[in-house]
Design a protein around this ligand. Structure first.
Ligand code: ADP
Ligand code: MG
Length: 602
């Protein structure tokens, strides 16, 4: 056996294996360097998904000839002034990115130090450092990486399609851009600009919201709740989307620690925990959250790519996130996403977007004098032949709500005007209409009430005159009875009743009138599914949710005017009532302006 010292280039390529996984990771290092250099604008050009070229230009502090020569050496950094790894103020500190990238590509850096009268350039090819020479550059630094991984063909083989690599690169720049709203960013490829963000000014919060809106879309900014909380010197700020603005992928969750984009299981777990009550398991909220922790309480030197962090007190961080998000969501009250109305309007329109109405019975050239084929409301003022008298009885009931006409001004969800199909409540608001799914809404109200009662330890139960005997298989009976203490806290008193049956003696008052047999069978299924692992109170929430579903007004029940108004008023004051327990909206709001658009009046 011969132990030998590895050559410098090999050492650097081994390090490169950790730092530079793909073009996007090289790009991340270069953009972070530009941010650390105090840049006000950072422009990125990519060719062939970054394999052919990654060029990053900044207007930061630049480097003079000596600094430039040092920068491409391994373990050289200007950022770790006192060798204290717990006092890291810059994004970089490992002093190995440039060397690593240079060992597997052709890297050229051109830079001009602030105040210097000329720029210098240096080329490193596959780790071989070339001659430094004077070059032309007005200010700042331009780094060009060509033929990434040409020196390590094995890595080249692992790269995905140009499109995939491109998307990773875009993601990297977007994430950094979200954390630094005062820096302008652009990213261009063969097809043109993929990112173009101007610097956002104003105070940090305004600038941040403007930047988040530019990156994540208006839809997020319009439907995000501000988060601002502190615990023991640990801050959480940012924005959390209302639950009805949910996605099928967790991709729209952006988390930052001390200005550093991170993908951290602890943080994303906390976000999931906070939204668990409001979203189905396969849906994900949109959030952009910024954790600011005293530097000595968080270790960023966990991973060469610096995308994970370690907190000294993980419990504190989790508690802060869950607490702050739950608070923000509760404050949002009944608010549901505006995208719900957009989706509804989209659904009303046949075909995509603004395709005009295609009416099968339209005369050639369409109705009226409007655009051909586009029917306007005016066309319907006179009854169409054969439609004068409706042949079927109307499918709605108009109610006298007894509320004076102007009252809707005081109520965000308006005054109930009708119930349709015994399922939907239609209410008139000051400037539009609201359609409520009565079952979904009531389910949420009952659930929230149960949770409150549970927290206050006072779920009222009522004894049944005749105990309800429910037959089930023996295993289900055992599981249910095994949880009888917890169930009793929820107001449900069950006991064993011979073999293959349980007797229900008391049920929560809130659930009066519910179908006890199905409720109990569903609960047994729930308990089987949840298993033993869950903590007591999480378990109770899940059980309360099932109970709420049974206790709520079913679709198909006719409600009186006062009943409907009472439901609306309760929704307005109940937290989280904008969505059912699965993240679906409980109501849709359409403004008159939206409705006028539907009818082509605008
Ligand atoms: P690190 O960022 O961890 O310090 P790097 O290898 O990425 O290590 O960079 C080495 C050094 O080169 C940096 O510490 C910095 O002084 C200098 N440098 C790199 N990029 C730039 C840039 N765009 N502008 C000014 N200085 C830079
Ligand atoms: Mg760096």
């Amino acid at each position: 056996m011969t132990i030998r010292v590895l050559p410098e280039t090999t050492i650097n390529r081994i390090a490169a294996g950790e730092v530079v996984e793909r073009p996007a990771s090289a790009l991340k290092e270069l953009v972070e360097n530009a941010i650390d250099a105090g840049a006000g604008r950072i422009d990125v050009t990519l060719a062939d998904g970054g394999r052919g070229l990654i060029a990053v230009t900044d207007d930061g502090c630049g480097m003079d000839a000596d600094e430039l020569a040092l920068a491409v050496e391994r373990h050289t950094t200007s950022k770790l002034t006192d060798d204290d790894l717990l006092n890291i103020t810059a994004l970089g500190f490992r002093g190995e990115a440039l060397t690593s990238i240079a060992s597997v590509s052709r890297l050229e850096i051109t830079s001009r130090a602030r105040g210097a009268d000329s720029a210098f350039a240096i080329l490193v090819e596959g780790g071989r450092v070339g001659e430094m020479h004077p070059a032309a550059l007005k200010s700042g630094t331009r780094v060009e990486v060509r033929d990434l991984f040409y020196a390590t063909p094995a890595r080249l083989k692992f790269l995905k399609t140009v499109r995939t690599e491109m998307n990773h690169a875009i993601d990297v720049v977007k994430r950094l851009a979200m954390a630094y709203p005062d820096i302008a960013f652009s990213l261009a490829d063969e097809t043109g600009f993929r990112i173009a963000l101007e610097a956002a000014h104003g105070d940090l919060l305004d600038a941040r919201l403007a930047r988040l809106s530019a990156v994540m879309g208006r839809e997020f900014a319009d439907n995000a709740l501000a988060v601002d909380a502190e615990r023991q010197g640990l801050w959480l700020t940012g924005y959390a989307g209302v639950p009805t603005l949910n996605k099928a992928y967790a991709r729209s969750q952006f988390l930052f620690v001390n200005g550093r984009p991170v993908r951290d299981p602890l943080l994303s777990g906390a976000v999931r925990g906070a939204y668990r009550d409001f979203l189905a398991r396969d849906r994900h909220p949109m959030v952009a959250l910024f954790v600011d922790a005293p530097r000595e309480t968080v270790d960023v030197n966990v991973h060469p790519m610096k995308s994970e962090v370690r907190f000294r007190d993980p419990g504190l961080v989790r508690g802060l996130i869950v607490g702050a998000l739950k608070y923000a969501l509760a404050e949002a009250g009944h608010r549901a996403s505006t995208t719900v109305a957009d989706a509804a309007l989209g659904a009303f329109r046949p075909g995509a977007g603004n395709v005009p109405y295609q009416h099968s019975g339209a005369p050639p050239g369409g109705y009226g004098q409007g655009r051909a084929g586009l029917a306007t409301a005016a066309d319907f003022y006179a009854p169409l032949p054969g439609t004068e008298a409706p042949s079927a009885p109307p499918q709605f009931s108009v109610v006298e709500s007894g509320v004076p006409p102007a009252a809707e001004k005081n109520y965000p969800l308006g005054v109930a005007r009708a119930q349709l199909h015994e399922t939907y409540i239609v209410a008139q608001t000051a400037d539009g209409i609201v359609i409520v799914d009565q079952h979904a809404a009531h389910e949420r109200l009952v659930y929230e009430r149960m949770k409150t009662a549970l927290a206050e330890g006072c779920v009222k139960s009522q004894g049944l005159l005749v105990p309800e005997v429910v037959e089930m298989d023996e295993a289900s009976c055992d599981r249910l009875v095994g949880r009888s203490e917890e169930l009793a806290r929820l107001g449900l008193v069950v006991e064993k009743f011979g073999t293959g049956a349980v007797a229900v003696r008391e049920i929560p008052v809130m659930l009066a009138g519910a179908d006890v047999k199905t409720l109990v069978r569903d609960l047994a299924d729930d308990i089987a599914e949840l298993g033993q692992g869950l903590a007591l109170n999480e378990h109770l929430d899940a059980v309360a949710a099932t109970m709420a579903c049974h206790g709520s007004v079913r679709a198909g029940r006719r409600l009186s005017g006062p009943e409907m108004d009472a439901l609306l008023r309760r929704m307005e004051t109940t937290p989280h009532s904008g969505q059912c327990n699965h993240g679906r909206p409980t109501y849709v709001e359409l403004s008159l302006a939206d409705i006028e658009k539907l009818f082509g009046r605008r």
